[in-house]
Design a protein. Structure first.
Length: 270
């Protein structure tokens, strides 16, 4: 694992907090929980080149939980797809960085997302296209644990298993909280692992904030053939900011300027 991964993820979290505070709206909790996954994918695993963003052999990423767009934007900016200074324009009417990813306007975004439950179907389509075109790229899909209450996710899971889409590597950002409360109280999604295995998936569960565990899981997924892979990443909503961690109220509320200053100071000290 790259020795600078901690610094990359830290900068992403700082950018997330600052852009949300500037916007005055958005979703910090699920952005911060998915940060480490995105850091490993964009800076250690994915075959991508900001100088050649339409390379037909590039890996693809579908952020199915599109409300976590700040985390995706932070990764893309740090990777070099667009200037980091533009992050502060999040959700402004003139900005190409809106509250949910838009593939038509934002460099590096592979799929416009926001309507939950659709991302895995899109990832399947990309993987099937790659197979038909004799390409060897991987398609990564990051879903929320509340999102997998959506029925379309399970149709897509069945389809991926049926077609043996072993170039689909999906993550569930399992932070246990959604906008209305705890997953198990709103609509339990457990047992996630057994359900996906029943649809013919290779499944593993990891600490979603352990860079080595994330990296090793992706390597294991690539070594598996004939099955799509699901990586259940156990995460903490609001990870990195103590007053946001495991607090459902931070699902979709932006920090004030003072709260952002406190959060950034805490992140800088880590």
């Amino acid at each position: 694992m790259r020795s600078d991964m901690q610094d990359i993820a830290k900068q992403m979290r700082i950018d997330i907090v600052e852009m949300l505070a500037a916007a005055g709206s958005g979703h910090p909790g699920g952005s911060l929980s998915a940060t480490d996954i995105l850091a490993v994918l964009y800076f250690d695993k994915m075959n991508i080149d900001p100088a050649n963003p339409t390379d037909p052999d590039r890996d693809r990423l579908v952020l199915a939980k599109g409300h976590a767009a700040p985390a995706l934007y932070a990764a893309l900016a740090q990777k070099g797809f667009f200037p980091r200074k533009d992050l502060i324009t999040l959700r402004k009417s003139s900005s190409y960085l809106q509250g949910h990813p838009n593939m038509q306007t934002t460099p590096g975004v592979e799929m416009s997302t926001g309507s939950l439950g659709q991302g895995l179907s899109v990832a399947n389509g990309m993987a099937l296209a790659g197979r038909l075109d004799n390409r060897d790229y991987y398609v990564y899909c990051i879903m929320g644990d509340g999102e997998i209450q959506e029925g379309q996710v399970w149709e897509a899971a069945m389809s991926a298993g049926h077609y043996g889409l072993d170039h689909v590597i999906a993550f569930v950002d399992h932070n246990h909280l959604q906008i209305d409360g705890n997953n198990n109280e709103v609509m339990t999604v457990n047992p996630i692992e057994d359900k996906f295995r029943a649809f013919g998936w290779n499944v593993m569960t990891i600490d979603g904030h352990d860079f080595d565990a994330i990296s090793d899981a992706v390597d294991a997924a690539k070594a598996s053939s004939g099955k799509p892979t699901l990586i259940v990443a156990e995460t903490i909503k609001g990870k990195g900011v103590s007053f946001m961690e495991n607090q459902v109220g931070w699902h979709g509320v932006a920090p004030t300027a003072e709260q952002a200053k406190e959060a950034v100071a805490e992140l800088m000290a880590q």
